[in-house]
Design a protein around this ligand. Structure first.
Ligand SMILES: Cc1ncc(COP(=O)(O)O)c(C=O)c1O
Length: 356
């Protein structure tokens, strides 16, 4: 007997990576001047992060060039989100994947990678629980050299930033204008890749890259920071995916401001965002009052806060590290209230009144 397959049935995907992209936008704030702050919620991708876009692109490109052969082995150092993306694509396409992580990685990201069949090599420098980005890279290189595994090298692989072409298209599909694009910078792929495609398609967008205070990407002195995924520590060679020509301004945001903003967003929207997204939101909210009236500012939210329930959403964890600042939480709530109440009043005055 012939079965009839309806058009809707044939459109239902049969592998998770087909669900990547078309992530939603959420308006977080609007001022009386008609300026909007929108969040591009990349946590709605499979693996809960934007990084699966680039993981897929790096693998497809490696297959195309022959750098990765059927049944091959992939090894990459990761703070988690790239590893989750690679784990997903590896399992779908039949590769072995080894993630080199450190003890600083969010526990749930590491567990999720293991759940998807990734092999884990945990680097423990024993010095502190600071990220060991340099050591992770050294160990991954050593494994790749010894075993012949494919090492995507997300910091220097152009397929990383190329993986965000669709993201730019998704923004242009729904927005008439994008004046500012704000994003946390680690490898630089998401901000630079998105901005490059926006500009190629004619958008006059100003980009603001955000790194943790203590990261050295935009020239600040190195020191310890607790944001994970973004930034580069002292001693790390910044890769070519940080395209300085593509970033109009680089700003360092401290952990207290980053985590406060993430928590305030959670309290006001019910959506938990990660700490690096919190940093970008913190900067964007301060800028919203001073940019030209009617501007649209988009913040790239790399991942969700559910990955950080044991850290930035845990009061004791924050207190132990002197990162819990109740007054900063109140100031940010006041600023958001002021924006919400600001119809007809110059936003910059409100910004001053809120004392933020
Ligand atoms: C949580 C988080 N935020 C920000 C970034 C930075 O993104 P990119 O590497 O595209 O600069 C990453 C990268 O891994 C991340 O995991």
């Amino acid at each position: 007997m012939l079965t009839t397959i309806s058009r809707t049935d044939t459109a239902i995907p049969d592998h998770a990576s087909a669900l990547v992209g078309d992530t939603p936008l959420l308006e977080l704030a609007r001022t009386g001047a008609g300026t909007r702050l929108l969040l591009k919620l990349e946590q709605f991708n499979p693996t809960g992060s934007s990084k699966v876009r680039m993981a897929r692109q790096m693998i497809l490109e490696a297959e195309r060039t022959g750098a990765l052969l059927p049944g091959g082995h992939i090894v990459e150092p990761t703070s988690g989100n790239t590893g989750l993306g690679l784990a997903l694509i590896a399992l779908e396409r039949g590769y072995r994947f080894t993630a080199v992580v450190d003890t600083h990685a969010a526990r749930d990201k590491v567990r999720a990678m293991a759940a998807m069949g990734a092999e884990l090599v945990v680097v423990d420098t024993g010095v502190s629980d600071a990220p060991s980005t340099v050591e992770r890279r050294r160990v991954a290189d050593e494994i790749a050299t010894r075993t012949g595994a494919f090492r995507p090298d997300q910091h220097n692989n152009p397929a990383n930033s190329d993986g965000y072409t669709d993201l730019a298209g998704e923004l242009l599909d729904v927005l008439d204008r994008i004046d500012y694009l704000v994003g946390a910078v680690g490898t630089g792929g998401s901000l630079c890749g998105t901005a490059r495609e926006l500009r190629r398609r004619g958008a006059a967008v100003t980009t603001i890259g955000v790194e943790p205070v203590g990261s050295i990407i935009f020239g600040g002195p190195g020191s310890r920071y607790w944001q994970t995924g973004a930034g580069s520590p002292e001693g790390f060679t910044v890769g070519s995916n940080v395209d300085y020509d593509c970033v109009d301004e680089g700003v360092a945001v401290g952990d207290v401001d980053a985590f406060t903003a993430a928590r305030v967003v959670a309290r006001r929207t019910g959506l938990l965002i990660g700490g690096t997204a919190g940093a970008a939101v913190s900067l964007a909210l301060r800028r919203l009052a001073v940019v030209a009236a009617g501007s649209t500012m988009v913040v790239l939210v790399c991942d969700a806060g559910e990955k950080y329930l044991d850290s930035i959403y845990d009061d004791d964890w924050l207190r132990d590290r002197r990162l819990l600042d109740e007054a900063a939480h109140r100031r940010l709530h006041r600023l958001l209230n002021a924006y919400a109440d600001s119809v007809g009043i110059a936003a910059a005055d409100l910004y001053r009144k809120a004392g933020a």
